[in-house]
Design a protein around this ligand. Sequence first.
Ligand SMILES: Nc1ncnc2c1ncn2[C@@H]1O[C@H](COP(=O)(O)OP(=O)(O)OP(=O)(O)O)[C@@H](O)[C@H]1O
Ligand SMILES: [Mg+2]
Length: 459
Amino acid sequence: MLYSMLGAAEGQQPKLDELTPRQIVAELDKYIVGQTEAKRAVAIALRNRIRRQRLAPEIAEEVAPKNILMIGPTGVGKTEIARRLARLANSPFLKVEATKFTEVGYVGRDVESMVRDLVEIAVDMVRMEKLDEVAGKAEINAEERLLDILLPRHGARGDGEQEQMQRTREKLREQLRQGKLDSRMVELEVRERLGPVSFQLIDGGNVLEEIDLNIRDMMSNLMGARPKKRKMRVDEAIDYLISEEEQKLIDMDQVARIAIERVEQSGIIFLDEIDKIAGRESGHGPDVSREGVQRDLLPIIEGTTVNTRYGMIRTDHILFVAAGAFHVSKPSDLIPELQGRFPIRVELKPLSEDDFIKILTEPKNALVKQYTALLETEGVKLSFTDDAVVEIARFAAAVNESTENIGARRLHTIMEALLEEISFEAPDLRRKKIVVDAEYVRKMLADIVKDQDLSRYIL
Ligand SMILES: Nc1ncnc2c1ncn2[C@@H]1O[C@H](COP(=O)(O)OP(=O)(O)OP(=O)(O)O)[C@@H](O)[C@H]1O
Ligand SMILES: [Mg+2]
């Protein structure tokens, strides 16, 4: 049976907007080691938005969000913080790389498209919520329609005949629910909807993008209305009918209204790799539009109106969190107006050997847990002794020291190298229990780490 009650209890996620700063930090702690300052800053910024919404409208209008700039070397958790926030967020949340954009007038994506993307996310979010609300009703309606097709209601005359028909109908319903009719064929009137594929070609341009929006709407209005008869299996038919009923039950205008409101009041945009667009000199090639992109960003961050296909969006209260390694450039290389729009600066610290030990073992997605789980699918019980973990952390720190410091990403390369042999042999092993101890770590890694050239390539 393919259809079931949608919207049944999923894993209960804590709602970001209801969490206190302390709770937000605690949630982030489950995945990110250290970096308390950065976690606190985002937690406070988020909480302030809830506080703002409790103010009288006149004051609330005046309270601008305090945008955050996260600065820290590569691989210490900047993007990870954003990613985890996104999972937590029940506010519309978009993470984009600043390098994706080009200055208005050049070929490429203009910065306003990030607001349009955020609105799309919000619309999806609200639509999913509404879907949950109507799912039960849509299923009931779809079932009735399918029964009508399987057993057309021709004008029954006598009471007896009607009763008879009702009984047959109920019997069919029973069989339908048990999936016994799944492979039977039925003919259905379907409305072909346009896939997004046909318009990908002109996606991405500035002007084109807007035309694209309009064309897409137009076309779906024009062509969406053309019904067609199609034969399909009962289980496909019920899925099709459910989604058609859902469309009917959802008021898209209302969805758009709520989505816009949500973006304006609680949208969050995470601008990653902001350091890559720093630099003021206008050179040639890709450099040309860096400063231009920064300039284009200013009004959006400060508050402007962006036209989207769901309506106009005010960006005044959207929270921006920017992040960058600032290896080559410095925050002071950003144009001053942009610097000024990120009043909260937090620095993420380089990670120590002790941090590595924790990162390997503590987070919910810790590497040690990941590899153990992966091998378990092959029936291999992999475990690490404590001193093995210490040893791995030590090697990671040493390689970071002697070559490039790539932060916690080093743990990925080290673990790969360490477990290469086990990963390869696992399916063929006869002894299914493997204990990785400090001795094994040294045996596998010492040679690579000793040879700087080798480690440059492998780790
Ligand atoms: N503090 C940390 N705690 C747990 N895991 C971390 C931490 N820092 C980094 N990692 C892990 O290291 C990897 C890289 O981290 P992340 O993507 O956050 O780096 P980044 O700071 O954004 O670097 P870049 O400047 O290169 O973009 C991720 O897999 C992440 O899980
Ligand atoms: Mg990053």
